[in-house]
Design a protein around this ligand. Structure first.
Ligand SMILES: [Mg+2]
Length: 379
């Protein structure tokens, strides 16, 4: 089997004003994704999703030009060989760094979709996994900065839908963060786990001030207090309290995750399959982290493809943690594809789709409905 063509589709939608959420990286005004179609000479088509990198047109262009030229004619079942080729020719020298890693991630997901279709098997079975139940928390672009009482109400609504864990957005002025967390913790049942995400918006001083409070309020993890490349800050913050640190949605490839292990600063790893290097690399990262008892809690990107493949991976690894259940109020990229990527059961668990490959195919009607909108997605 040979790859005969590759096409990337940058897609966007505007967030309706009444559904907009503010968090540490700004106000969400638009959402983007890059879908990738890999075509083969045997007629099997694979679909993947690359993270948009806040410039989906650029990621799509990279895939449609340089990446396509590199791998056309290769056997799509050779995911390791294709990964290594893109790594050597694009990531290792001069090659647009993280943009290339995002492009590679989306292509790799499409290759695993092809592999699953070729062997008539969901991905988790090819990886030695089982259809196990995976705990899910209420995440996505939700539970953002808002008055404490409405935040507590929103939290209750997710809990009534079955979630046993929720993630609040912090990273605001720390007095506001404290008021919100207190109100939610006091409103919801004690057994519900509360996680918090600062979206890289704390200074070291902020973290020093607020982390003892998070510990006192039994917060499950503090996610991304700092920008991903500020490794020294993560290392310093570990001594500020007993609250566990989580990070990974802005770390790329096993090499950056290896640094997180060396620094011994995080307890929860959150690689995004559409950013960190695809299915092939997520499995390597998971195996690497398992030696340090660090669990994998994949960051969820935007479309049903990312969500479905994240669950496939969680079903395939020993150190699986939470699936991030996207409870974003308005997300047609989750809801408007033909198949729903996850279904929460009454106990707050999800299971992988049991259809060949990723389990999500894209039709032309969907693609034409959501053309690229240029510009920033957070302001
Ligand atoms: Mg996050």
């Amino acid at each position: 089997m040979k790859i005969i063509d590759i096409k990337a589709y940058p897609i966007s939608f505007k967030v309706p004003e009444n559904s907009s959420v503010r968090l540490g990286i700004g106000l969400a005004v638009k959402r983007d994704a890059v879908l990738i179609k890999v075509m083969t000479d045997e007629g099997i088509i694979g679909w993947g999703e690359a993270h948009h990198g806040r410039c989906p047109g650029a990621i799509a262009k990279l895939i449609d030009t340089t990446i396509k030229e590199l791998i056309i004619g290769m056997n799509p079942l050779n995911n390791l060989g294709i990964w290594e080729k893109i790594y050597k020719m694009q990531l290792s020298s001069h090659g647009m760094g993280y943009a290339s890693t995002m492009a590679l991630s989306g292509v790799d997901i499409a290759l695993w979709d092809i592999k699953g279709k070729f062997f008539n098997s969901p991905i988790y079975k090819l990886l030695g996994g089982t259809s196990k139940k995976i705990p899910s928390y209420a995440g996505g672009i939700a539970l953002g900065w808002q008055p404490p009482s409405s935040l507590a109400e929103e939290a209750l609504s997710h809990i009534s839908n079955g979630f046993n864990a929720i993630k609040l957005r912090v990273g605001d002025k720390i007095t506001f963060d404290i008021d919100r967390v207190k109100k939610v913790r006091e409103t919801i049942p004690e057994e519900i786990e509360v996680l918090v995400d600062a979206n890289t918006n704390y200074s070291l001083k902020d973290a020093q001030k607020i982390m003892p409070f998070f510990d006192e309020y039994n917060i499950g993890w503090l996610e991304e207090p700092f920008p991903a490349m500020e490794f020294k800050s993560y290392k310093s913050a570990k001594s500020f309290s007993n609250v566990f640190l989580a990070a990974g949605e802005n770390h790329f490839t096993r090499y950056e995750f290896a640094r997180l292990i060396e620094d011994d600063c995080i307890t929860y790893a959150q690689p995004d399959v559409s950013k960190a290097g695809g299915v092939t690399e997520l499995i390597r990262i998971a195996n690497l982290m398992s030696g340090w008892n660090i669990s994998i809690n994949p960051h969820t990107s935007l479309t049903a493809i990312n969500m479905a493949v994240s669950i496939q991976i969680l079903a395939s690894i020993a150190n699986s943690g939470y699936f991030e259940g996207d409870v974003t109020d308005f997300n047609p990229f989750r809801d408007d594809m033909d198949v729903s990527p996850f279904k929460l059961d009454e106990n707050g668990f999800v299971e992988p789709l049991d259809t060949p490959g990723v389990g999500i195919d894209i039709n032309e009607k969907f693609l034409s409905k959501y053309p690229l909108i240029e510009g920033p997605c957070y302001i």
